[in-house]
Design a protein around this ligand. Structure first.
Ligand code: 5AD
Ligand code: SF4
Length: 445
């Protein structure tokens, strides 16, 4: 049965920053097709850009589909499931949720317009595309549209590391770096479209490598140095990094590239060598700690962030205490921590020796209490300083703006300054989750 082609769309992204980037690009693609962006309650087409990293993230898609079918403001929309759940579950999704019209994987979303046309033409089955053509999607995407001051730019995708708990090598495929020219062109386009800060994204972003315009092999540090030279760029960030790909060149860039912000997201996951081995992390507790020392030697004020998993199969109380002691040794500016979630198809899912749910809960609470304490302490460390803040959006109240410090802290400033301005502010106070900034009084000359 034919149905009217959708005129409006809404993209809802879950999960990591790369999914946020993909969601933005899907929106640009649908706009280029003449569709307009609308709210989730009224859009003719809703794209659920899903995350498969943990079970709870993956299950959200089904509750969202249920809500869309029952929405009241407009008839049920055409529903597309994109992202990593689409890649992992494919045809299983419309079997379980027949209201789904389109299933499109993270490497195939440049074909979304064709899938929408196929779904509009009707037919009993959902339109499914979970191909993994290496990188061709980027060539098929339209130019970048107007940007806020902070933009994401995917430079590397996929993972060859095969940590035993992780679905990413299966949902995003093998490690692939985008070519030099494509990345530099996109960086220039983002700056032209209003971006002042660019965050280079990749599942293993520091594994990025390509030949530059003169045929020389470059790593992420070379790319950062080239973006630093683009007129109009104020700040560069990158995430997520793997400890084994942290080259001396990249560490050195933290010492001498002024636009490279003093922030490093470098997940370690656990503090016990026995568990790191079972996770197939290919680094040890000690090699991680030495790496952090080298980074701090280059950039003493760097904010270290990380990811942690508690309750990996076989984790004992002694193993967990080694995670706590590693956290104490590092001192984090912020971090994310999760309960282990068995993922279908990963080696850890069949390891046995599960940690009881109540034990996982208790360990997560203890770890998060320590990480929260460290985050607050890090924030308090900026009190009394004068720092640069890139204003990103309006605050809750009139005359209030929200921005980011160099160390990725949220800063609340009483000001009428425009979005995208870089302000110099004094920090009189800090809470666990944000800093207060006041426009610095100019000292008399
Ligand atoms: N269970 C819990 N957390 C996980 N992560 C990845 N896979 C799992 C899993 N199966 C966490 C890791 C990773 C972050 C993105 O998600 O900490 O760094
Ligand atoms: Fe989630 Fe990983 Fe996919 Fe990002 S790449 S959406 S974290 S499963």
């Amino acid at each position: 049965m034919d149905r009217a082609p959708p005129k409006s769309f809404h993209v809802k992204s879950f999960g990591c920053q790369m999914n946020a980037y993909d969601g933005t690009r899907m929106g640009e693609l649908l706009e280029a097709e003449g569709m307009v962006e609308a709210g989730v309650d009224t859009a003719d087409l809703v794209v659920l850009n899903t995350c498969h990293i943990r079970e709870r993230a993956a299950e959200k898609v089904y509750s969202d589909i249920g809500r869309l079918i029952r929405r009241e403001a407009a008839p049920a929309p055409m529903i597309a499931v994109a992202g990593c759940v689409a890649q992992a579950e494919g045809a299983e999704i419309p079997r379980r949720a027949p209201a789904v019209d389109i299933v499109v994987g993270p490497q195939a979303y440049h074909r979304l317009p064709a899938l929408v046309r196929a779904a509009s033409a009707g037919g009993a089955r959902a339109a499914i595309d979970t191909d993994m053509p290496a990188l061709s999607k980027f060539d098929a995407l339209p130019p970048r549209r107007r940007q806020g001051p902070g933009a994401f730019l995917t430079v590397q995708e996929g993972c060859d590391k095969f940590c035993t708990y992780c679905v990413v090598p299966y949902t995003r495929g093998a490690e692939v770096s985008r070519p030099w020219g494509a990345v530099m062109d996109e960086a220039r386009a983002l700056i032209d479209a209003g971006a002042r800060e660019i965050t280079l994204l990749g599942q293993n972003v520091n594994a990025w490598t390509a030949q530059d315009a003169s045929g020389r092999k470059q790593g992420l540090d070379g790319l950062i140095r080239a973006i630093d030279r683009l007129p109009g760029i104020a700040r560069i960030r990158y995430m997520t990094s793997h400890p084994n790909d942290m080259t001396q060149g990249l560490i050195d860039a933290h010492a001498d590239v002024e636009t490279l912000m003093p922030f490093l997201h470098l997940p370690v996951q656990a503090g016990s060598d026995r568990i790191l081995k079972a996770m197939n992390r290919s680094h040890s507790r000690d090699s991680y700690l030495r790496l952090i020392e080298r980074v701090r030697a280059a950039r003493p004020d760097i904010a270290v962030s990380g990811d942690f998993i508690v309750g990996f199969p076989g984790e004992t109380e002694a193993d967990f205490e080694e995670t706590l002691s590693l956290v104490r040794a590092v001192g984090h500016a912020q971090a994310f921590s999760f309960k282990y979630s068995p993922r279908p198809g990963t080696p850890a899912a069949t390891m046995g020796d599960p940690v009881p749910a109540a034990v996982m809960d208790e360990r997560l609470q203890r770890l998060q209490a320590l990480l929260n304490e460290q985050q607050h302490a890090f924030n308090l460390g900026t009190v009394g300083r004068r720092i640069d803040v890139l204003i990103e959006r309006n605050g809750k109240r009139a005359g209030q703006r929200l921005g980011k410090s160099p160390w990725l802290q949220s800063v609340i400033v009483e000001t009428e300054a425009a979005i995208g301005e870089m302000l110099t502010v004094d920090i009189p106070a800090a809470g666990p989750n944000s800093l207060t900034g006041v426009i610095g009084r100019q000292e008399a000359a």
